[in-house]
Design a protein. Structure first.
Length: 604
């Protein structure tokens, strides 16, 4: 679907408030739901208002499925729900037009039947729209909950079947030309359910009467208050999503999306088999960076990785040689860097798989996350302190997450896990350290058998002119870099004409423009940058993202992407198993017509 006007949905980001309250022992109660609503209200300043001063950018809550409450609702509809965990609940944002809604419901019924499922009953979600602002009310969808079962599937097997079914429904809706504004599935799970919308926090509980019912119980409540810094608010893009709530922005999102699209050809998993193709495309392009992050996390978790493992892959902590971390942990991060690029940017992310709930901070630590653990068995994590009143005598522990750190409540085990325990266990699940030592190939370890590269100084000026270097490049950029080993000082921004419009030869990199982060990012000081930032990259065959094995890290490690002539000679002469090198000509004859470049590329 093309973007209307000049607005491009790819530029959607968020800067918001996140948090959760959880009963550490996993005991479901209505008090936890009330605590979640209180946290949401106390983070209202992290949201934003529309022009009508009543429409919020978005607020929502992710909860465990309240089995006894829904069982009572099913009884009213003349239906009996299966045992807890043996059915799934979908929360659907549907078209308001009845004819379109009936058409969609019929298609959904057919898809669920073809996937081997049975519809137990539909439920119209009770809402009170009077509390909404005009903008939110005008765009409000019709809300329905769908209860389904798949024979006796439960647990992870049921989650995978619901995931496949949801993707099939979403793709069918696209065929019918329904956009996210017409149709959206907030959640479809046997463990969790998401209530969200275009609210200011105080409107949230008034809009959904379900949340005020004392029978509505959960062991945790994950909340999100949205401030859509440079995007349009919408019902679909309100958070939480299906696994996460995110404060910040993923600055690398365009590259992340391209990588995920490219690797779909190699994705496979015994848990999905041939049905994995039903999940493609994995990411929903045009959605916000947070939504796309959630898409990818959902795939990794559904394919069998624990959610804390998947989070460590996507949001790694700094693991350079200057950091004092265990070799097991360092090896884990380097191993996974060979086939999963970091989702970088200032990020505070709360996450859950329905059993474990936690939070993680990006490796720069540019978003705040505070936590409190009480003697009464409650864990509270939020963007700031004071979101939930706690008696002084009930404090057991309080603190904040540091850069790259993680905290998690495991309701199955009934305890809080800190960063070291979580990451030590994950980094020792497989022999990552041994696999890396045996299979990693480093450029500095290659010996150059060819003659030393000769520099033709006589023709240097001619070649500089051919490749587009001018005196300004040489004097103001290259010379300071060579003399001081630092980036040259320059002005903020670049007002040069676009290289593609120039009639003169231009440097290759001038055809590419840096996408700067939005203004909510604090500046990075050079000391932090030296510690946290890395230019390390890998080249070679990338293997199946959903698998793990010794050959996943069988790649050439580069400490930085700049290759000298000597480095190139090493690669040309290297004799390494599983690696081949070839010299490819970059030349084409422009006198043969405008299609000559394309023809030359296709010959490669």
């Amino acid at each position: 679907m093309q973007n209307p006007g000049l607005y491009d949905k790819r530029f959607e980001h968020d800067s918001c408030g996140v948090g959760f309250a959880a009963d550490i022992k996993g005991a479901a109660s209505h008090q936890i739901v009330k605590d979640g609503i209180t946290i949401l209200k106390n983070l209202v300043h992290r949201g934003a208002l529309g022009g009508d001063m009543k429409t919020g950018d978005g607020a929502g809550m992710l909860l465990q499925i309240p089995h006894f409450y829904f069982s009572a609702e099913a009884s009213k509809a003349g239906c009996a729900l299966p045992a807890k965990g043996h059915y799934g609940v979908g929360f659907f944002f549907m078209p308001r037009a009845k004819t379109a809604r009936i058409k969609l419901e019929n298609r959904i019924r057919n898809i669920i039947s073809s996937e081997g499922g049975q519809i137990l009953f539909w439920r119209d979600v009770p809402v009170r729209a009077a509390c909404l602002g005009k903008t939110a009310k005008d765009s409000m969808p019709f809300m329905k909950q769908l209860f389904v079962s798949f024979n006796d599937l439960a647990g992870a097997a049921l989650e995978r079947r619901l995931y496949i079914t949801r993707r099939s429904i979403e793709k069918e809706a696209l065929k019918l030309k329904f956009s996210a504004g017409d149709f959206y599935i907030s959640s479809f799970s046997g463990r969790t359910i998401v209530y969200k919308g275009m609210f200011v926090a105080p409107q949230f509980e008034n809009f959904y009467p379900d949340l005020k019912n004392k029978k509505f119980k959960s062991a945790f409540a994950l909340i999100h208050q949205r401030y859509s810094t440079n995007t349009f608010p919408s019902w679909a893009m309100a958070q939480p999503f299906r696994n996460i709530a995110h404060n910040g922005e993923i600055n690398t999102i365009r590259g992340n999306v391209n990588y995920m699209r490219a690797r779909e050809a190699t994705l496979s998993s015994p848990l999905f088999g041939k049905e994995i193709k039903k999940l493609f495309p994995v990411v929903t392009e045009g959605f916000s960076d947070s939504a796309i992050f959630d898409n990818t996390l959902e795939l990794l978790v559904s394919a069998g990785r624990p959610i804390e493992h998947a989070m460590m892959m996507m949001v790694p902590e700094a693991f350079g040689g200057k950091y004092h971390i265990s070799e097991d942990k360092r090896s884990f991060y380097e191993y996974h860097a060979a086939f999963m690029e970091p989702w970088d940017g200032p990020a505070a992310i709360a996450f859950t798989d329905g059993i474990r709930i936690g939070a993680a901070l990006d490796r720069n630590g540019l978003r705040p996350l505070r936590y409190v653990i009480t003697k009464s068995g409650k864990a509270i994590v939020a963007s700031e302190v004071g979101v939930l009143d706690t008696a002084p005598e009930d404090f057991l522990e309080k603190g904040r997450l540091g850069p790259g750190k993680m905290i998690m409540v495991d309701t199955a085990e009934g305890r809080v896990k800190k960063d070291n325990e979580i990451k030590s266990a994950v980094s020792r699940r497989k022999l990552y350290r041994r696999w890396l030592e045996k299979n990693r190939v480093e450029l500095k370890g290659l010996f150059q058998s060819a003659a030393a590269v000769k520099v033709e100084r006589e023709s240097l000026a001619v070649r500089q002119k051919i490749f587009g270097y001018n005196l300004e490049d040489l004097n103001l950029i290259i010379t300071p870099m060579a003399e001081n080993a630092q980036e040259p000082i320059g002005s903020m921004g670049n007002d040069e004409a676009l290289a593609v419009l120039s009639t003169r030869p231009q440097l290759l990199y001038k055809y590419f423009k840096q996408l700067f982060a939005q203004v909510t990012n604090p500046p990075i000081d050079p000391y932090r940058e030296n510690l946290v930032m890395s230019l390390m990259s890998f080249i070679g065959r990338e293997r199946n993202l959903l698998g793990e094995g010794p050959l996943h890290c069988r790649q050439l490690k580069l400490s930085h992407p700049i290759l000298t002539n000597a480095d190139i000679e090493k690669l040309k002469c290297a004799d390494i198993k599983d690696f081949n090198s070839a010299v490819v000509s970059m030349l084409f004859d422009p006198r043969k017509g405008s299609g000559e470049l394309e023809r030359a590329v296709r010959i490669l």
